[in-house]
Design a protein around this ligand. Sequence first.
Ligand code: ARG
Length: 472
Amino acid sequence: MNLLEVLRNRFQSVLENKVEDPGRYIAMVLPAQNAQFGDYQANCAMPLSKVLGKPPREVAADLIAEVDVSDLCEPPEIAGPGFINLKLKTDLLEQEFAKVFTSERLGVEPVASPEKIVIDYSSPNVAKPMHVGHLRSTVIGDALYKILSFLGHDLTSDNHIGDWGTQFGMILYGYRNFVDQEAYKKEPVAELSRLYRLVNKLSEYHTTVEMLPGLEWKLGEAEQAVNDAEAQFEQDDKQGKKQLKKLRSDLESIRQSVTKAESLVAEIEEDEIYGPLAAAHPNIHTDARLETSKLHGGDAENRKLWDEFLPACLDVMNVIYNRLHIKFDYSLGESFYQPQLADVVEELKSKGLAEESQKAMCVFLPDFKAPFIVQKQDGAFTYATTDLATIRYRVETLKATSILYVVDARQGEHFQMLFGTARRWGYENLNMQHVSFGTVMGQDGKPFKTRSGDTVGLGELLDEAISRAFSI
Ligand code: ARG
């Protein structure tokens, strides 16, 4: 028995004869905010008093006289301006608890209209080490899957693996230039991960070197701005004081960026291994991107390597999933949607949704400054295009009426734009939700990392959790 519903029905039969729109007043029968006042409360006497032209306490008294809850509650009480407090009878509670505890469903009724829900969770980018954020998405997603299934919905889980992104270009470049064949044969994924980090580091070095002069110039400008403002500043000028504060804080943040960039550059240049490597690979950033484009363009060599890397990466992920007892109904990675992307962009264009802007295909949404880019200047499709194709597939083939995305809060804007675009594209009745969660921080208040500077591997983290739990 759903007690709230039963109580609302009792109020409904009385309110129907008093007002034309009982619905909004019935909705004011709610669980009590404070257990001190009982189990439920009806707050409708106050707004009803205006409609019925009677003082609220009087309306409350009339309601109590007419609404029969004597089989469920102790005699209702009126409090304050006209709140009606409802306290359940103890023997009723005892009976209900006995039923709940002996029922397999714990007294939870299945939903009246089940939905077909696709839930997208875990979804790591392969070939990069999986990190603690993926663990969060995995366990939250799995819990939601179980809860929603229990409620009677029809659930499908889909691990939207990132198996087609720019990380592959980096690994391909790394493999061609730096692979340690011995290590690769022994532990392919560990070696690929090392290559990924190496290429990432060297690219970051070069992009930082390129950025540095611009940053230093900005620093000079910001210093000048502070000096000028200080020279003009007069003691009692409130506006000026505010402005000066803002300029100083801007200056400080630019200064920090410069320091950070300089130390990154120095660290690499002084390093015996990284220094010479960085010097020998000045175009690593663009060359790694080129490897990604070649893969996406169908280059046979790169495709062959991708076919070799991917299963190894998936094996490593599956070790984690097995430890967690997690299984997915589908694991359709980003690569699965590649043949559909050109068509998605065509459809968006023909519906007048996507338009060319600075040689890129963009969807402009009213509430966002930045466009939702579905095809880049160089012709490449994006994370956004893949997600749109995924929605189409989930609705048309998997028959989803609802899609939940369990993803880190930092992707919030992406999902808002994705949902906005999908609604205009024709999926206005689809329920789409970003189930967002925060970034996992270390003790230093920064995204969780080990001392060596890499995010903690999930395997190690689970080992530690288990051993700590045992010691407790
Ligand atoms: N692979 C992405 C990441 O690791 C998450 C994907 C989430 N799902 C989606 N349909 N976009 O950040």
